[in-house]
Design a protein around this ligand. Structure first.
Ligand SMILES: Nc1ncnc2c1ncn2[C@@H]1O[C@H](COP(=O)(O)OP(=O)(O)OP(=O)(O)O)[C@@H](O)[C@H]1O
Length: 384
């Protein structure tokens, strides 16, 4: 492997575009994508189906060629470097194990992709397989046929196989996509723990935001072949960049803002106080601004608690309360999601503790907590 250029990110995509040969002339799977992954980072690309996530991994692996831009590994342009010399591992969506081989045989196949002088002898090989099985929580499974394993166990074998050649970059395509929710939630934590322990550099793609947020140091949100936001899970969660990202993360309370004055946004629900009116973002701004109110920021009180009046503990000019009807409850484990039909504006989603949730059919008054609001900028390709 050529020496690493100092300080270069392990992976860098510079203005990468990709178009499949049989696609329409202006139909790009990726458009002008910039992306960096530093050694030891776990970065997940998140986006809806068809957004270009798998194409991005295939480009880095050398299975596709960019139509513009460059893919660099350790600072070196990979244009003429074939897949097997890039030192990257790719675990596919369907984990593609060999059904006729046992667990050890599948993992040893990963070892076989090491360069010739670097291949272990059979005893060494078995020791490496056992160590990898131990790492992925399958100690003692070496001789089992893969066909007799559960989906989650097969996923771990696929991971061990991808880790076997010691890739400098491990790429995962929907790593937990086929598993049921409970198993996914458990495995995602195990994966995170394993990557931190091994110091593995990972580029994963998924359409599942929970998976991306639980596993990653950084999340890159893509839509229609473009990167629309990049940041730590906390940054993206707290400040979605646009109505598209907010909705993709599962937030439904997103409305256009007519104008913002003295820290209050004019919305279809009426006036809503917004966070930090000193924030330049909150100044009266151009149209195309949207407001997100998180469910936790939709505060409910019985309808007789002063509908249409400023709230008792708020300032004298606080926005008046909005009346709404409770349409449905969704049980979410530790809280209840509440769907409301307000007297004006689109439906609202609120959250309440189990014992505080007003019953279906009840009329409530709604106030908004400014700390749970986020002003969003609509981008040109961002149809809400
Ligand atoms: N082999 C191909 N030939 C032509 N077009 C393709 C090919 N593979 C993908 N595409 C197109 O490229 C775009 C991006 O596809 P890609 O598979 O990268 O998206 P994705 O985000 O991984 O989607 P998914 O989550 O469904 O796997 C889509 O519009 C898709 O139809």
């Amino acid at each position: 492997m050529p020496p690493a250029a100092t300080d270069a990110p392990l992976l860098e995509l510079r203005h990468v575009s990709a178009r499949y040969p049989d696609a329409a002339p202006d139909s790009y799977a990726l458009r002008d994508v910039d992306l960096t992954v530093h050694a030891g980072e776990v970065v997940t690309v998140l986006g809806p189906s068809g957004g270009g996530k798998s194409t991005l991994l295939r480009l880095v692996a050398g299975l596709e060629t960019p139509s513009a831009g460059a893919v660099l590994l350790d600072g070196l342009d990979q244009r003429d470097i074939p897949t097997h010399r890039r030192g990257v591992g790719l675990m596919f969506q369907d984990h593609a194990l060999f059904p006729q081989r046992d667990v050890a045989g599948n993992i040893a196949f990963g070892l076989g992709t090491r360069r010739r002088g670097d291949r272990p002898d059979p005893t060494e090989r078995r020791a490496v397989v056992d160590r990898l099985l131990d790492l992925v929580g399958l100690a003692g499974y070496a001789d089992r046929p893969v066909a007799a394993l559960s989906g989650g166990e097969q996923q771990r074998v696929a991971l061990a196989r991808a880790l076997a050649p010691g890739p400098r970059l491990l790429m995962l395509d929907e790593p937990l996509g086929q598993l049921d929710r409970a198993l996914r939630e458990r495995l995602v934590l195990e994966l995170r723990e394993l990557f931190v322990k091994l110091g593995t550099t990972v580029l994963a793609v998924t359409h599942d935001q929970g998976e991306a947020f639980a596993m990653s140091d950084r999340v890159v949100v893509m839509r229609a072949g473009r990167v629309v936001q990049s940041g730590t899970p906390q940054e993206v969660w707290l400040r979605p960049a646009s109505p598209f990202v907010a909705r993709f993360l599962g937030f439904d309370n997103v409305v256009p803002v007519r104008r913002i004055q003295r820290g209050v946004a004019e919305t279809p629900w009426g006036p809503v106080p917004v966070a930090d009116p000193q924030d330049p973002d909150a100044a009266p701004g151009p149209s195309g601004r949207h407001l997100l109110v998180r469910p936790d920021g939709v505060l409910l009180a019985p309808a007789d608690a002063g509908a249409g009046q400023p709230h008792a503990d708020g300032p004298a000019d606080a926005p008046s309360a909005l009346r709404a009807t409770v349409v449905a409850h969704t049980f979410r484990g530790d809280h209840v999601g509440i769907v409301l039909r307000p007297e004006r504006g689109p439906r609202l989603e609120a959250a309440a503790r189990l014992r505080d949730a007003p019953p279906e059919g009840a009329t409530v008054t709604v106030r908004f907590d400014p700390a749970e609001t986020v002003l969003l900028h609509a981008s040109p390709e961002d149809s809400p």
